[in-house]
Design a protein around this ligand. Structure first.
Ligand code: GP9
Ligand code: MN
Length: 575
């Protein structure tokens, strides 16, 4: 039992701590639209980013948060002097009050969480795409308690330790892989010193590209890119639950996303051999653009980890046409180019578009196509959205040409993941394909990849198989950046080969077969299709690909869980 004075002191300290947490979160939120997670505390330059403008982030009404101290401090001093040092004796009434008050408090935290879980499942806590959404269920202190628990669980209690032999095997895998990556092609180094502009389009699949609906082209602008760029029509997304963030991670870090949650959220404190980090070392100015809340998918933290010098998010763009959730892709991409023009050359610009986001309900004025029988369905809305984005892309390419950036840059554009429209026969219908199981499954996973190299080298359509994980090593290849030690798992899309393209659940496609894992995960129960005929074939034809796919996923998982890239680098600097 504490003395009365002791109690007073403890209460005062708790008040001080809660006030400090509240004010810190408030100020941080005004800048990043996020809360201070434990991970952020380890990224000093994150906090540094706001220190310059910290005074501007305070508002006059914030005084209300500390107003209690103005009254409390004199009161506490007064009581402190008055009271004696006597210990309070054990008292049932007091103990019961403590328990009841604590219980009621806890109920206020637990009840909304329980209610949310019943309605929407535990996904919010498992996937954790946005700290603010968690806070909305748990309250501020509840959020910090959950965040601390999660941090301790992942970094201390359940931290995977990797045996020395596993580490050696993984290192060996990368050594062999890097040798393969160093195979020369006619594209090697042809874009040395050029800018890199990467555009990631939201939920952009490829079944509607170069297709018509009621006689009208769905993507008239993008269709012209089929001739003006290298277009890869057997390109696949490899994302999992981390959706957009997984695609970004695949593109920038060339590793697989984790099976649950998002690497952006769970491993933002790791070291990665990411494109922005590498290009920064090579003297590039690096910037990411996304016109939404900066804290969504923990981007504000992760972008810093992977080496972006600047992050232009919500609040950094001028007002403009709204389409979908927020600023439409048309003004978004134009303003991104405006910013690019202010950068030191060479630069790496990574723009994550958003308009064509589920549920694809576009504002009426942007719905200009006649989508016929699909009008009023989710597919109809989706087609309206991708048509709007097509216009945005057309205008962006036009602008890049006008500003002289088109031929001075490596330009890449791809979709982040499928549109989540499960009526797969609608996909094959629009694509003009037979509605076979193979076509439906392949189209569902396909996204477009456009690559424009300086001078338009290689323009044309390519059918070789590859996926998002292959983008970063391919960019390094055309820039002529050879890393003696590189921890990227992707292949080079500029070779003539098909690449083993592994999906997160262990399914894969490799130019010969498409293997789909069964629900029970037993190899023999999976489906093995011949990609040439689209017919089911003996699972034996998928056996070696399956083993390789498993190996790749587990290698990637171990690298991420064990933060191995940091270890490898440390080992090296110690030798
Ligand atoms: C929001 C956006 C969400 O920032 O990235 O996209 P999602 O992950 O839901 O596809
Ligand atoms: Mn997305």
């Amino acid at each position: 039992m504490l003395t009365k004075k002791g109690q007073l002191l403890v209460l005062f300290i708790i008040d001080l701590i809660v006030t400090f947490i509240t004010i810190s979160d408030l100020v941080y939120h005004r800048y990043f639209h996020d809360l201070i997670a434990v991970q952020v505390l380890f990224q000093v330059n994150q906090i540094g980013a706001i220190s310059g403008s910290i005074t501007d982030l305070f508002e006059r009404r914030d005084i209300l948060l500390v107003v209690d101290f103005i009254l409390l401090i004199p009161a506490i001093i007064f009581i402190w002097i008055k009271t004696n040092k006597e210990k309070l004796s054990w008292n049932w009434m007091r103990a019961a009050t403590t328990v009841i008050v604590f219980g009621i408090g806890l109920l206020f935290v637990i009840a909304p969480i329980q209610n949310y879980i019943e309605k929407y499942s535990v996904a919010l806590f498992n996937q954790n795409w946005y700290n603010v959404s968690i806070y909305q269920q748990t309250g501020l202190l509840g959020f910090h308690a959950f965040d601390s628990y999660r941090y301790i669980d992942e970094n201390l209690i359940n931290k995977k330790s990797v045996s020395a032999s596993d580490r050696e095997n993984i290192k060996e895998w990368f050594n062999e892989h890097n040798e393969k990556l160093q195979q020369p092609t006619e594209y090697e180094g042809i874009a040395e010193g050029k800018n890199v502009i990467v555009v990631q389009l939201e939920a952009y699949q490829s079944f509607f590209i170069n297709k018509k609906i009621n006689g009208e082209e769905i993507t008239p602008n993008i269709n012209t890119l089929l001739e003006e760029t290298m277009y890869f029509d057997n390109f696949y997304h490899q994302t999992a639950l981390g959706r957009t963030s997984d695609a970004e991670f695949l593109e920038n870090a060339s590793l697989h996303p984790t099976a649950s949650g998002s690497v952006y959220v769970r491993y933002a404190g790791n070291e990665f051999d990411a494109l922005p980090n590498i290009l920064k070392e090579e003297g590039y100015e690096t910037a990411a653009f996304h016109a939404y809340e900066k804290g969504f998918w923990n981007r504000n933290v992760m972008y810093n980890t992977i080496g972006f010098d600047h992050f232009y998010g919500k609040g950094d763009f001028d007002e403009g046409e709204i389409a979908g959730w927020t600023l439409g892709d048309r003004p978004f991409l134009q303003q991104a180019v405006d910013k690019m023009l202010t950068f030191e050359k060479p630069f790496y610009a990574f723009a994550v578009a958003l308009t064509s986001h589920h549920p694809y309900t576009l504002q009426g004025e942007h719905k200009v196509l006649d989508v016929g029988k699909y009008e009023g369905t989710i597919m109809g809305d989706y087609i309206h959205s991708v048509h709007y984005v097509d216009k945005a892309v057309g205008e962006m390419v036009e602008r890049l040409k006008k500003e002289g950036l088109w031929d001075e840059s490596v330009f890449m554009m791809y979709g982040d993941h499928d549109a989540g429209i499960n009526e797969k026969d609608q996909l094959t219908d629009i694509a003009g394909l037979e509605s076979s199981e193979f076509n439906k499954e392949a189209e569902f996973r396909k996204i477009p990849l456009f690559v424009h190299l300086p001078g338009g080298k290689g323009n044309g359509v390519y059918h070789k198989t590859s996926g998002q994980i292959d983008i970063a090593p391919s960019i390094l290849h055309v820039l002529g950046i050879e890393m003696p030690e590189l921890y990227m798992m992707g292949d080079n899309i500029f070779t003539d080969e098909d690449h083993l393209t592994v999906f997160r659940n262990g399914s894969f496609i490799n130019g010969e077969v498409l293997y789909l894992v069964s629900g029970d995960g037993i190899f023999q129960n999976g489906k093995c299709f011949d990609t040439e005929s689209g017919e089911l074939t003996s699972t034996n034809a998928c056996k070696s690909g399956f083993e390789n796919a498993k190996k790749r996923l587990s290698t990637s998982d171990t690298v991420i869980n064990g933060n191995l890239i940091e270890h490898f680098r440390k080992d090296k600097s110690e030798h």
